[in-house]
Each structure stands twice: as C-alpha cells, then as structure tokens.
Design a protein around this ligand. Structure first.
Ligand SMILES: O=C(CO)[C@H](O)[C@H](O)COP(=O)(O)O
Length: 221
C-alpha cells in the first residue's frame, strides 16, 4: 500500500469549493471535515453539502465526522456518497456496530482518536476498521501545530496491524506539512491529511507533489 495524500477542504475557499476540489485532483482522497459545533467548537457543513461535494469530486471522499451521535449519523454519510467515513471513538456508543453498518453500506470504516485518547481502546477490534485516524492536533481547527507526542500511537497501531496481517490504513491529520511528513511516515502513517500546507500554496498540485516526494523519501529512508 503506497502513501496517500488527502487534502482537507477545511482550508479551501468555502465560496469556491468545486474550484478548490478540482485544484487538488492530483491527490488520492478528498478529506471533508464535518463539524457540529458540539463535539468540537467549530461548525462547517453537513449531509446536503457533503452529498454535492461527493458528486463533483474527482476523488473519493473521506468524511471526517467531528460530531456527536455518530451511531446515528455515520451511515447517513455513507449513503450520501462518502467512500470512507471516519467517526470519533470518543463520541461513539458502539464503534463496532458503526463499522459494520458502514461496511454493509459498501463504505470503508474508519475510526478517529483525539490526541489524548489511548490507542488501546481499538487494538482488540482493529480488523473491524479499514483505517484509524490518529489526530495530530486537537480536532476543530486547521493551521495548528503538529503534536509529535502522538507518534507512539501510530507506531503501536502499525505494529499491531502488521502482527495481525491486517492491511490497515493509518491516517494522520493536523499540522502535516513538508517538515512533519518524515516523522509520520517513519512512524507508520500512510494516509496524510493536509489542509493549510496544500491550500496556502499558490500551486496546489506542486504542494501535493512535494508532500509525495518527501513521504516517498521517508518511506525508503
Ligand atoms: O481535522 C482537522 C481539524 O480538526 C483538519 O483536517 C486539519 O486540522 C487539517 O488542517 P491543517 O493541515 O491545516 O493542520
């Protein structure tokens, strides 16, 4: 499994979302941050917007749900067109049930952990998930500083997935840029979400290519 890049549209121009989605079509996934103003202190978009974004996006959509009650809402995002649905463990009543519901709908199941949430909570049920997102900032806002203290969680997940022979994707999100890619890739991450590092660049395709280049070097180095 190669390293994949997922631009986060949190840093895009919300008045020009289609334009800014097409501008990152060299990437692998489109990362869509859904925030409800309760689970996190910020509010972005919901089901009707995600449905249209999935229709116009040339890339598959990973919906990152920073919302309460994912037991109820996560399957709805799969039905709305998200190829992958990432919900937060901290908000879920029955994470395994959610994962099974998502897979039954043909979506990829993915669970996210805030920086302070121990990875042990998902170790026994790792095979239920196609991906684990290790948040490398507190969820809620783009442009925050990367938290290197989250890297042991990435390493532990990669070791556990290898030991189980499970082709788990490990995603990192928050402060991912040219200067942090090496640390996350060497720890075992293979899905890199980047918002400001891509959208603050004049040439988004070049920014994506540069992240790929640095990630590729870190993977072999
Ligand atoms: O989930 C998120 C915030 O909760 C964003 O995806 C993340 O912060 C990306 O922004 P940046 O790359 O600018 O740090």
């Amino acid at each position: 499994m190669g390293i994949q890049i997922a631009p986060s549209i949190l840093s895009a121009d919300f008045a020009n979302l289609e334009r800014d989605i097409v501008a990152v079509s060299d990437a692998d996934w489109l990362h869509v941050d859904v925030m409800d103003g309760h689970f996190v202190p910020n509010l972005t978009l919901g089901l009707p917007v995600l449905e249209r974004l999935a229709e116009v996006s040339p890339l598959p959509v990973d919906a990152h749900l920073m919302i309460e009650d994912p037991d109820r809402w996560a399957p709805r995002y799969a039905e709305a067109g998200a190829t992958s649905v990432t919900f937060h463990l901290e908000a879920a009543a029955d994470p395994v049930r959610i994962a099974r519901d998502l897979r039954a709908l043909g979506a990829r199941s993915s669970v996210a952990l805030k920086p302070g949430t121990p990875v042990e909570h998902v170790m026994d049920v790792l095979v239920e998930f196609d991906m684990v997102l290790v948040m490398t900032v507190e969820p809620g806002f783009g442009g925050q500083a990367f938290m290197p203290e989250t890297m042991p969680k990435v390493r532990a997940l990669r070791d556990a997935a290898r030991a189980a022979g499970h082709p788990l994707r490990i995603e990192v999100d928050g402060g991912i840029a040219r200067d942090t890619v090496q640390a996350v890739v060497q720890a075992g991450a293979d899905m890199l979400v980047a918002g400001s590092a891509i959208y603050s660049a004049d040439d988004r395709a070049a920014a994506i290519a540069e992240l790929r280049r640095v990630a590729g070097q870190a993977a072999v180095g």
